[in-house]
Design a protein around this ligand. Sequence first.
Ligand code: MN
Length: 280
Amino acid sequence: MNSQSRKLKTIISGIPASDGDGVKLTRIIGSPELNMLDPFLLFDVFESDQAKDYIGGFPSHPHRGFETVTYLTAGRLRHKDNAGHEGVIEAGGVQWMTAGKGIVHSEMPEQENGLLSGYQLWLNLPAAEKMRVPAYQEFSTTDISHEYLSNGGEVRVIAGNTNNGIQGPVVNDYVSPVYMDITLPEGQTFEQAVNKEDNTFIYVIHGALSIGETKSKLGNHQLGIVQDGEGVFVVANDESRFLLVSARPLNEPVARGGPFVMNTKAEILQAFEDFQNNRF
Ligand code: MN
């Protein structure tokens, strides 16, 4: 561990919420506790083996001005949008959708029972790219890069580069994101470089971690913001699985209106008008 490792500054557990057609979830970023962590606008966790909690899915709805990233850890989910993109992901797969100037999409469970679990992250786009042409990247679990650590740990790299140079498949030059899913045996450590200016968080999928030189504790299902430094250092107190997510802040004005995220109120009103007039 070097002296530049980040400190655990804030712990957030999120609030129970419902979105789409009654999907039960825990909203951690985009909640009253944490409105945003630039460029992250929202981070939702969904996990249930009760069909009633997810079967309604997220029927047809619009977005403009940012990216939505869905990462599944169990179950099957179908994405379909009006730009002609369609696909089903299963556990370990990711859908990375760039809404740009406007898209109408649906995200529906491709199952009628069993466990569905995963994460939705919203990443803001810089002002200059908010009206770009929509894009869609989809990667199945076999497309995701893997690094097997000598301590028995495993790193699934969706975006960014590990310290050993294993690169994730997602291309994003806007905020240079890191998105990794790490599994560690009890007592083992993980170290990852992050850009000094990045905003960075860790979400504990299961287990418990000690973070940084001070060994600050982050527990099961908690999100921790880690600050100040160019590396993240983690010890697993139990057998643990966690997400490490990091990206460059945009430091631009943010105007939010439901499924639209722009820079000014006038641009939000324009988005509603464009959507109502079928200009998406
Ligand atoms: Mn959506």
